[in-house]
Ligand binder design. Structure first.
Ligand SMILES: Cc1cc2nc3c(=O)[nH]c(=O)nc-3n(C[C@H](O)[C@H](O)[C@H](O)COP(=O)(O)OP(=O)(O)OC[C@H]3O[C@@H](n4cnc5c(N)ncnc54)[C@H](O)[C@@H]3O)c2cc1C
Ligand SMILES: NC(=O)c1ccc[n+]([C@@H]2O[C@H](COP(=O)([O-])OP(=O)(O)OC[C@H]3O[C@@H](n4cnc5c(N)ncnc54)[C@H](OP(=O)(O)O)[C@@H]3O)[C@@H](O)[C@H]2O)c1
Length: 533
């Protein structure tokens, strides 16, 4: 077993939910020789960065949090950003990870060295600019799927003299009182920001909507002291509640994505919600043009947004008719000029690239993606040609309906099975075989044929409308089932002596039958227990 002093080492990129989940599992299994490289000044990732007014989870927080670190003290069923950020800081402190994270340190590059069976790594101090070379046996990559802000390339973008803010790069000192404010975008971010800005004294807010989205209530509620007390003191209560949330969201999957029968009634229901709560004159902008394909892009679960559109200081404009920016504001295709003091870009994230230089046995990961039609990975985790490289929230592992943290923990559970033998000195590397990688990717892409996910443009797809490389097209339970145990035959193994070996894989294959049986028994017992509650 490795220790802080020596033995095989692990480099983790990113200290959001993903990087921290990996660290928790390593620590839990007794491995301490890991370092997290985080380019920001603290942990939290998404929840450190997205400090815009109204930022909140829209998935129940008792489920959108670590299964290893339940928190009985959440104030709200969908927590606000400061509370989630604090939770991630508390978890980091509790596990003693602050000393194992190199903050303000950008992970610049990693190249696989077949001779040493390690990655040669370069990191950069974000403050001094100094670069440092390091090595690690295992690389866990968790740089976040929604991290790099996307700005539209409007002509005249650089001529605009007012203030520009991106939802994920919010300026906490910005004073919007009495200002003319534009907000571009009505995805989850735009819909959470709009009602908050609408409340600012004297503000005149115009939101630009290019295409409508389904907006459903999230029903978030304040949690009172008695419930918190019960979660803290009654054994297994919070765990049982979490389980019920898991099944609730699986039911949501079944209703929205898993069958064709409910689509019609659901669209009717969602149209009724829009018609009941939003101003009539805006319905043509708000109602999606892809009614049969509800769920093809992220459904917005928001309680305040539609009501806020009734405010006299709020108006909507067609975002598809923005022609350019000029020095004063936005110019529409019909020549109308709309002056603004501030333009907020709630225009999403770049999701189809890879954020640092990574070279494997033959090529860089960008070259691999280019050759194979876009980002792809076996189970969204391992990639042919990149030994000992594991992704958290890699290709096709995002989810539009349930907790990302469940997917993250599932992936970490899977990769730990492959990382353990390396850290124990029983193998030096694992690399997924090309045929397994390709077969998996084809299987996932075929699954999209039976789903709504490719029916409209979204950040799930390459350049918005190409191959779907972000979403997992099945249920969470299916993903968990696929990840429950490693099919060792799908991996090329290099032994501790640096030679390729089938022996190790064969030994593990024979024990994985037993593991599968144990897992199946556990699931059966869990389901029986859950249904008896
Ligand atoms: C506003 C918002 C709200 C969301 N709400 C929900 C929700 O309610 N439910 C849900 O399931 N999902 C939600 N999501 C999705 C969310 O992104 C994931 O749930 C989760 O936080 C992703 O965690 P992560 O660790 O993979 O990535 P991140 O949280 O993005 O963390 C990645 C970290 O890696 C660091 N990093 C990146 N590149 C480098 C580098 N080269 N070197 C060093 N460090 C690097 C970043 O600084 C960052 O700290 C939301 C996303 C957004 C943007
Ligand atoms: N849990 C939460 O509550 C929460 C909150 C925020 C974010 N998130 C997560 O983060 C993801 C991203 O959300 P997001 O809202 O930041 O981004 P997004 O869903 O990608 O939405 C971007 C918005 O900007 C618009 N837009 C982009 N380019 C434009 C252009 N050139 N002209 C006019 N409009 C343009 C898009 O219009 P089109 O639709 O026409 O492209 C869309 O309305 C979500 O899907 C969700 O997974 C979750």
């Amino acid at each position: 077993m490795n220790s802080k002093q020596g033995g095989p080492s692990v480099a983790i990129v990113g200290a959001g939910f993903g990087g921290l989940a990996a660290a928790i599992q390593l620590q839990k299994q007794g491995y301490t020789n890991f370092t997290i490289y985080e380019k920001g000044p603290d942990v939290g990732g998404t929840w450190r960065e997205n400090i815009y007014p109204g930022a909140t989870s829209d998935i129940s927080i008792h489920y959108y949090s670590f299964s290893t670190d339940l928190n009985p003290d959440w104030d709200r069923t969908c927590a606000y950003q400061p509370d989630i950020f604090k939770y991630l800081q508390d978890v980091t402190r509790k596990h003693g990870f602050y000393k194992q994270i190199m903050f303000n340190t950008k992970f610049v590059s990693a190249e696989w060295n077949a001779t040493t069976q390690k990655y040669d790594i370069v990191t950069q101090d974000m403050i001094s600019g100094e670069q440092t070379s390091r090595t690690a046996n295992v690389l866990i990559s968790a740089p976040g799927p929604l991290h790099i802000p996307k700005y539209p390339d409007f002509p005249g973008f650089n001529e605009y003299k007012g203030k520009i803010v991106h939802s994920s790069k919010w300026d906490k000192d910005i004073d919007l009182r009495g200002k003319r404010v534009a907000i571009i975008g009505n995805g989850s971010s735009g819909s959470q920001i709009t009602p908050r800005i609408a409340e600012v004294e004297g503000v005149q807010l115009t939101q630009f909507i290019r295409s409508g989205n389904w907006v459903l209530p999230n029903g978030a509620r304040h949690i009172n002291g008695a419930v918190k007390w019960a979660f803290r003191h009654i054994p297994l209560l919070q765990r049982a509640f979490r389980w019920s949330l898991f099944w609730f969201f699986e039911f949501v999957y079944l209703m929205i994505f898993g069958n064709n029968f409910m689509r019609g009634p659901l669209v009717k229901f969602a149209t009724t919600i829009l018609s009941m709560y939003a101003p009539k004159e805006y319905l043509p902008l708000l109602i999606p043009k892809f009614p049969a394909a509800m769920g093809c892009r992220r459904i917005i679960f928001e309680d305040l947004y539609l009501a806020s559109l009734h405010k006299p200081n709020v108006s909507l404009k067609d975002g598809g008719k923005i022609a350019a920016l000029d020095k004063d504001g936005i110019v529409m295709t019909d020549g109308e000029k709309l002056p603004f003091d501030v333009i907020i870009f709630a225009t999403g994230f770049i999701t189809d690239g890879f954020p640092y230089h990574l070279k494997g046995t033959n090529s860089t990961i960008s070259e691999f993606y280019e050759k194979t039609g876009g980002p792809n990975a076996y189970l969204g985790i391992t990639v042919t040609g990149f030994p000992n490289f594991y992704q958290v929230m890699g290709p096709n592992t995002a989810t539009g309906y349930t907790s990302v943290v469940f997917f993250i923990e599932t992936q970490v559970g899977y990769m730990m099975q492959l990382i353990k033998p390396v850290l124990d000195g029983k193998a030096s590397s694992f690399e997924v075989l090309p045929e397994a990688n390709e077969a998996y990717v084809n299987k996932v892409q075929r699954m999209f044929d039976d789903t709504v996910f490719n029916f409209c443009g979204s950040w799930y797809r390459v350049n918005g409308t190409g191959r779907n490389v972000m979403i997992f097209p099945g249920s969470a339970i299916k993903f968990w089932w696929w990840c429950r145990s490693v099919v060792w035959d799908h991996y090329k193994v290099v032994g501790p002596d640096g030679k390729q070996t089938k022996e190790f894989a064969r030994k593990l294959s024979s024990s994985s039958g037993l593991t599968a049986l144990t897992c199946a028994a556990t699931v059966f017992a869990a389901v029986a227990w859950w249904t008896s509650l």
